[in-house]
Design a binder for this molecule. Sequence first.
Ligand code: GAR
Length: 187
Amino acid sequence: KAKVAVLISGRGSNMVALADAAKAPDCPYEIVLVGSNDPAAPGLAAAARRGIPTWSLSHKGLKRAEFDMAVDAALRAAGAQWVALAGYMRLLSPDFVARWEGRMLNIHPSLLPRYKGLDTHARVLAAGDPVHGVSVHLVTAELDGGPVLARREIQVLPGDTPETLASRALVEEHILYPQVLAEMVRR
Ligand code: GAR
């Protein structure tokens, strides 16, 4: 099975979706590490409860490149062949991206290439878009700008708030990410 490390910064619900899918005997990947830039990220405990090795290091006080090289060392020590960013709220240094380019995926809460960056749900509502969604893409040096691998749409409904949109988008994220990761490692 392909060895995947998941990087998170918070809740880790996408990490859990990836880990749950990995339990299927025919799943082509296994999660070898869950790493975080926040030692208090709730997702780390969720990973530990599932018996997945965890690693964390606070980015505070470290230069970006310095921090990223520590992450890279942890990924390699765990034998990771692929990296899945899942709510990892750190910009990546060019060196780190170059080391993992083509083998690092991200999930983003918009229909890329629309709404890169933060606060996507509020921005979709402010624009009055009737359709919204989620995307999985390969990570390149451009923030949320790498090749889109797959997307799932949701309808924007009357009365939607950023929170209601986020929770419906999350359902789609949890379906999409394990599918796309499995497809990628099978190639
Ligand atoms: C997800 O909605 C993910 O798409 C988003 O953060 C959330 C993390 O939730 N990612 C980004 O905004 C990346 N810029 P999770 O920790 O429960 O997976």
